[in-house]
Design a protein around this ligand. Structure first.
Ligand code: UDX
Length: 435
């Protein structure tokens, strides 16, 4: 099929490259001219494993094209995906100006039947407004359909998630729209959930909010474990073996971040309130997530007492491993809180330092974990990159002023660290500092 994707961010670019890989002809468009000119040269502005390769292959096979013209994209395709950003406004509401803008732009350029698909994460009933906007600006009585097809891509494994989805959600209101999307996704052989547009929009927000709820739940349990000296990793293991609970997303840490969970939880709380439903559960999920960072900061103070003028080594900046994304990363809040108390910060992250340089100042960016440890009063693990899991701890012990490690992602075994002579604190790992 001839497809166009409007918006070439994490979601739009992965969706475009993967649909091209499935054999479709895809035109990706964005109003950021610099980004489009980079993409035309196969320069990918984001770190996503495998994406650069996929773009190069499909550009070479003339299945993937980039343009800044919505008109060109709309005229060349029968299916148009709206994949522009829906960031949070100050009140938590999703900012839909990009979506409205694109809907209007599509309408002004329609010359024949098109299926317009919401790929961006949008509040329920956005489809109704997209349809209203297109109907308002469309010329003559050109036919079109709207659909909702939310994505469930995780950064760092987005291509895998696209090609091997647990399910594909399709919200439609016509047989024609259903048939088009069912045949587009046929090569993936994945379970199809074909429903109405509002239900499809809600599946996305409800899924992300539930995943965030699972994380906040185990983070709340970690606080109880700290108090009684139980081990949250064991508790999560015991819970997760129950098939009704499942073990994924039960890893305690310093809270969730990224471009989705914080935004989607805020948006869902906002939608519920607008509908007259009080989503206290989600408000608690958000509060626990915030508390988990304060809990981690108190652990540092419990070890160092006075933070002022202390050298603190930090491993990890990205909101999770295998991405360079630092949007809503817990690292940023933690670093700023430590700096406000006068700490001197040294950092290493395999991928995210370039992006962090735009956000952080008065931080020493180091070339490797050992430089971070040299002369530091303690070492904090903030992101669970694989390369932090097997470090030379003898070397680290010599480099640190004091053998203090606070592990915000429980990547080390407390017994092993104790035996190596570290004063080690994990999250919910039995509470007392293990000597
Ligand atoms: C998420 C959803 O998983 C994905 O379906 C949706 O399309 C986009 O948002 P992403 O934000 O890329 O994907 O990352 P994810 O792997 O879900 O992790 C989100 C956050 O939760 C990260 O900050 C991660 O550190 C945290 N997390 C995840 C935990 O703290 N504990 C866990 O057990 C799992």
């Amino acid at each position: 099929m001839n497809i166009s994707i409007i918006g070439t961010g994490y979601v739009g670019l992965v969706t475009g490259a993967c649909l091209a890989e499935l054999g479709n002809t895809v035109t990706c468009t964005d109003n950021n001219h610099e980004k489009i000119s980079e993409l035309k040269r196969c320069v990918i502005p984001i770190y996503e494993p495998g994406l650069e390769e996929l773009v190069k292959i499909n550009v070479k096979k003339k299945r993937l094209f980039f343009t800044t013209s919505v008109k060109e994209a709309v005229n060349n395709s029968e299916v148009i995906f709206i994949a522009v950003g829906t960031p949070s406004l100050d009140n938590g509401e999703a900012d839909l100006t990009g979506v409205e803008n694109v809907a209007r732009n599509i309408a002004l350029n329609l010359t024949g039947y098109r299926l317009i698909v919401e790929k961006s994460t949008v509040p329920v009933e956005t489809g109704k407004w997209v349809k209203h906007t297109i109907s308002t600006y469309i010329k003559h009585n050109i036919k079109f359909d709207i659909a909702s097809n939310p994505e469930f891509l995780r950064e760092g494994q987005a291509i895998n998630d696209f090609m091997h989805p647990d399910r594909i959600v399709i919200g439609v209101e016509s047989k024609r729209a259903r048939d088009i999307l069912a045949s587009l996704y046929k090569p993936l052989n994945a379970p199809l959930v074909i429903t109405d547009i509002k239900s499809a929009e809600l599946i996305k927000h409800a899924s992300n909010s539930y995943l965030a709820t699972k994380i906040s739940f185990i983070n709340a349990i970690s606080q109880i474990c700290e108090k009684v000296g139980a081990d949250v990793v064991e508790v999560a293991k015991g819970m997760g073996l129950d098939k009704r609970i499942g073990s994924s997303f039960l890893n305690t840490g310093i809270g969730y971040g990224g471009s989705c969970f914080p935004k989607d939880v805020d948006a869902f709380i906002n939608i519920a309130e607008k509908l007259g439903c009080n989503f206290d559960l989600l408000k608690a999920v958000k509060e626990i997530n915030q508390q988990q960072k304060i809990f981690f900061l108190n652990k540092i103070k419990g070890l160092l007492w006075i933070i002022k003028d202390k050298a603190i080594g930090i491993l990890g900046l990205s909101f999770k491993p295998n991405t360079d994304d630092i949007r809503n990363a817990p690292s940023i809040d933690i670093i700023r809180a430590l700096q406000s108390e006068g700490a001197k910060i040294k950092i290493y992250d395999p991928c995210a330092m370039e992006k962090a340089k735009e956000l952080l100042n008065r931080v020493r960016f180091c070339k490797d974990p050992y430089e971070v440890c040299r002369g530091s009063d303690c070492l904090l693990i903030i992101t669970e990159w694989d390369e932090f899991k097997e470090l030379d701890f003898f070397k680290i012990k010599k480099l640190l002023k004091r053998p203090f490690i606070i592990d915000g992602r429980n990547i080390y075994d407390p017994e092993r660290m104790r035996k190596l002579g570290f004063t080690y604190a994990g999250i919910g790992r039995g509470g007392v500092l293990k000597r």
